[in-house]
Every structure is written in structure tokens, then in C-alpha cells.
Design a protein around this ligand. Structure first.
Ligand code: KIV
Length: 271
């Protein structure tokens, strides 16, 4: 049964079924109640409260400073706005790296306090064990490999990953390990399209690409990039589907001009 057209909440089984049916699906980030409502009503099945929150909403230079408290605050807001879409809370840097126990405690907070259905964690290696522990406990995990922005300092910048044969092979192996550990989906960020294809063929759970070419099972974008709200240069993989920054600027200028001229408020907008 397609989840499109039904009103029950999207489950991890629905997400896995997209791949089984060969149905491509869209994922978007959301950070607030209003945007979550719009995306949910538009039929987006999965909303990711990404730690890109740090850069998009809080004005940080990277995702590294984002805290669990900040993420939970916004995850709760998105959960209130999403009636049907699955809400995935992104575990921020420092919330799962020190120990599996830390990771479990913080992941549980995303489900209990953030009302998320699942959490996302970046990387492989020790994260494979964490994924296994969480999924055995009943916490669905979305994995994230390729460019993992929380490791920007280790990676030396926001760079395309998996360019060499060895690095590409390692990414395929990481994806397989994470899927075997129980991840219900794998985000694959900033890798050559052929590597996105190889990873997608190697795992039986959906891959969700962001700058990973056209052959991943799903595609995710940062919502403010996709609707044209973000200022400045965007990564190559971003396609702006609207220019809301211009729409908003024009609206604000019209409002200011009408206030200055006395045209607003007119009798229609007065008691
Ligand atoms: O933080 C984020 O928004 C993300 C996605 C863009 C995959 O990790």
C-alpha cells in the first residue's frame, strides 16, 4: 500500500517499502512548526530536523557547535507540525561520540522529548555498534555517510568524498555494515554519482542522496536552499525551486513603503 494518500503516520516500514517498490521519494529538512506543516501537507514523507539547523537557523559557521538542547527544541516544534510525515532528529556532534551509553541516552531523549520517530547519526566505525544497540532497543536509526559535516575539521572542509577507488570501496562497505546493523535508511552525502549508485545497489535499505547523483532511492535537500531563501553560493547539488528570498524581500519593502505612505492599514484592515 502506498503511504501517499493515507493519513496514518509514515513508519520505517513505509520508508523501506519505497525501495522495495522502486519508488523514489523526497526528504526535506525542517526546523520549525510552520515549515513542518507546509511540507507535511505537501506530502513529503520524511522530515529531517538536521543539525544544519546550526547554519541555517542559528547562524553558526558549521554544525559542530549545535547542542542536544537546541536540537530538541526544534525537533519538538517540527513534531507538532507534522501530522503524517516521519520526523527524524539529527543527533548533534558530541551527543554520541564519547560512548554508546551517551548515544543511547541522547537518542532516547529525541524520541521521548522531541517526539521524533527516529534519529540520524553520522559516520560508520564505532557508529555501527551504536546503530545495532539502538535498533535492538527500538530506536530506528538513519545512517549518514560520505561527507559527514560534523567531521568537517577532520575532513579539512566540505569536500566530495569517495573519489578514489579505495575510498569508494570503503563507503560501500560502511553502508553495508550500517544496514546490517539495522539502519532503516542511509543518507549518502557529496559523493560521485557512480558511488551513490554502487552504495544503493549494495544495500537493501533505501539510500537518501544529497549530492550523490540520480540513482539513490531518495533525495534530501535543506529546505531553505530548495525554496531559495539561503543567501550566497550554494553547493552544486542544490536546485532552487523558488526564489522565496526575493518574494519575502519584495513583500517587506511593500509593507514598509505602505506604512511610510500611510496606505497601511486601510479601512479594510482596521477595526
Ligand atoms: O543536517 C542536515 O540537514 C543533514 C542533511 C542535509 C542530510 O544532515
Amino acid at each position: 500500500m502506498s503511504v501517499h494518500g493515507t493519513s496514518r503516520p509514515v513508519s520505517v516500514h513505509d520508508v523501506r517499502a519505497f525501495k522495495d517498490r522502486g519508488e523514489r521519494f523526497a526528504v526535506l529538512t525542517a526546523y520549525d512548526y510552520l515549515t513542518a506543516q507546509i511540507l507535511d501537507e505537501a506530502g513529503v514523507p520524511v522530515l529531517l530536523v538536521g543539525d544544519s539547523l546550526g547554519m541555517v537557523v542559528l547562524g553558526y559557521d558549521s554544525t559542530v557547535p549545535v547542542t542536544v538542547e537546541e536540537m530538541l527544541h526544534h525537533t519538538r516544534a517540527v513534531s507538532r507540525g507534522a501530522k503524517r510525515a516521519m520526523v527524524v532528529g539529527d543527533m548533534p556532534f558530541g551527543s554520541y561520540q564519547a560512548s554508546i551509553e551517551d548515544g543511547i541516552r541522547n537518542a532516547v531523549r529525541f524520541l521521548q522529548e522531541g517526539a521524533a520517530t527516529a534519529v540520524k547519526v553520522e559516520g560508520a566505525g564505532p557508529v555501527v555498534d551504536l546503530t545495532s544497540r539502538l535498533t535492538h532497543m527500538g530506536v530506528p536509526v538513519m545512517a549518514h555517510i560520505g561527507l559527514t559535516p560534523q567531521s568537517v575539521n577532520q575532513l579539512g572542509g566540505f569536500k566530495v568524498q569517495g573519489r578514489s577507488d579505495a575510498a569508494a570501496d570503503r563507503l560501500v562497505e560502511d553502508a553495508v555494515s550500517l544496514a546490517q546493523a539495522g539502519a532503516f535508511a542511509v543518507v549518502v552525502e557529496a559523493v560521485p554519482a557512480d558511488v551513490g549508485r554502487r552504495i544503493t545497489q549494495a544495500v537493501d535499505v533505501p539510500t537518501i542522496g544529497i549530492g550523490a547523483g540520480p540513482q539513490t532511492d531518495g533525495q534530501v535537500l535543506v529546505v531553505s536552499d530548495m525554496v531559495g531563501l539561503t543567501a550566497g553560493r550554494l553547493p552544486r547539488f542544490v536546485k532552487p525551486y523558488a526564489d522565496l528570498r526575493q518574494v519575502m524581500t519584495d513583500a517587506v519593502k511593500s509593507f514598509s513603503a505602505e506604512v511610510a505612505s500611510g496606505d497601511y492599514p486601510d479601512p479594510e484592515h482596521s477595526y
